[in-house]
Design a protein around this ligand. Structure first.
Ligand code: ZN
Length: 352
């Protein structure tokens, strides 16, 4: 039977990063006696110089390590550095790129990993996976462990651009179609849908779909979105797979990343866009997805990102090829250029 673990602590507070001496012992016992490596990138080091200085001051032995890119090779070098220099704890401070590298490196070095996100743009902050470039644009998903602790400073998140929160919402509402694809895969291939993981991922969706707080930068909404993203990570950990959070809408996003790297769109917005097509293929009520996108101001109009009708059609037609091992609705639906062209036109003409 698949075993799983949960983070020891999840702290969401205003000004949390300025109180690390009091908060970190909840994540790792005797942390003041441990040798810690604080991993971030140059841009964030400059932007949050005071915060980082405060964290370092709060901890007895805390060194800084800057990563330059999100490649697998960099994660392996970091893992080697952690092991050779005998670090006891790895702290990741940043967005998806830094956090994925720090999480994977800590996993390889077999030491606790504390996640300090500076944005809430996707559910990888609490997931047992890291997505990193292997060569050039090819991004690959590597299994690792969920963080030992997650500390969210709502003041820091509030300072990030609102588009990043919208991306986090996109990565949450797409669970509507991901869960359906997971059930379909299990039915067709005789697999099993883990009821508990399913329920937690559904809770993530419901948390955002039925939220009454409309101010994205309010403390309560940041709390709600953090919970939703962490629920997503836990669902993946419990299922031992990303299936509770990743279906055909994610394959559309992977196809864009792989075949059209020049398209600049965040992961969260690409999967929100993909969930419209996936929902139509699944014969679901996509009006509720359109409504949610409008409610939170998510722009899912393809042309706004330079996605032409040709690119849209090609990305959908090649989406399944990005994960051949997964059965999704794409394996059994009409993906003719004519049908996809109609979906594109419909998305282009939705009122914003
Ligand atoms: Zn995602």
């Amino acid at each position: 039977m698949h075993s799983f673990r949960l983070p020891y602590c999840l702290i969401v507070e205003d000004g949390a990063f300025m109180r690390m001496d009091r908060l970190l012992p909840a994540c790792v016992a005797d942390i003041q006696k441990k040798k810690i490596l604080f991993v971030t990138e140059q841009f964030l080091k400059d932007l949050f110089a005071d915060t980082i200085a405060e964290v370092q001051k709060d901890l007895q032995h805390c060194d800084l390590y800057l990563v330059e890119d999100s490649s697998f090779d960099i994660a392996v070098s970091l893992a080697k550095y952690l092991s050779v220099k005998d670090y006891d704890v790895c702290i990741g401070f940043g967005g998806g790129k830094v956090l994925d590298i720090a999480k994977y490196a800590a996993f390889v070095a077999k030491i606790p990993y504390i996640c300090l996100p500076t944005t809430l743009s996707n559910d990888s902050l609490a997931s047992p996976f890291s997505v990193m470039a292997t060569d050039g644009h090819n991004r690959k998903t590597f299994g690792c462990k969920i963080p030992t602790g997650i500390i969210v400073d709502t003041e820091i998140i509030r300072a990030a651009p609102e588009s990043q929160l919208k991306a986090g919402i996109g990565d949450t509402i797409c669970k509507y179609t991901a869960l359906q694809d997971w059930k379909l895969d299990a039915a067709k291939k005789g697999g099993r849908v883990d009821d508990f993981a399913y329920m937690i991922s559904e809770m993530a969706y419901n948390t955002v779909a039925f939220c009454e707080e409309r101010s994205l930068k309010s403390k309560s909404f940041i709390h709600i979105l953090t919970e939703a993203l962490v629920f997503g990570g836990l669902a993946m950990e419990i299922a031992g797979s990303s299936r509770p959070c990743s279906g055909s809408e994610h394959l559309f996003c992977h196809a864009l990343e792989e075949f059209y790297p020049e398209i600049k769109i965040s992961h969260g917005m690409a999967v929100a866009m993909g969930s419209i097509g996936a929902g139509i293929f699944q014969e679901r009520d996509v009006s509720k997805l359109y409504r949610l996108c409008a409610l939170y101001g998510l722009d899912i109009k393809p042309s706004d990102y330079g996605i032409t009708k040709e690119i849209f059609i090609d990305a959908w037609q090649r989406a399944q090829s990005t994960r051949k091992d997964r059965y999704t609705v794409l394996s059994e639906t009409d993906l003719s250029a004519e049908r996809l062209g109609c979906i594109y036109e419909n998305m282009e003409n939705q009122p914003v």
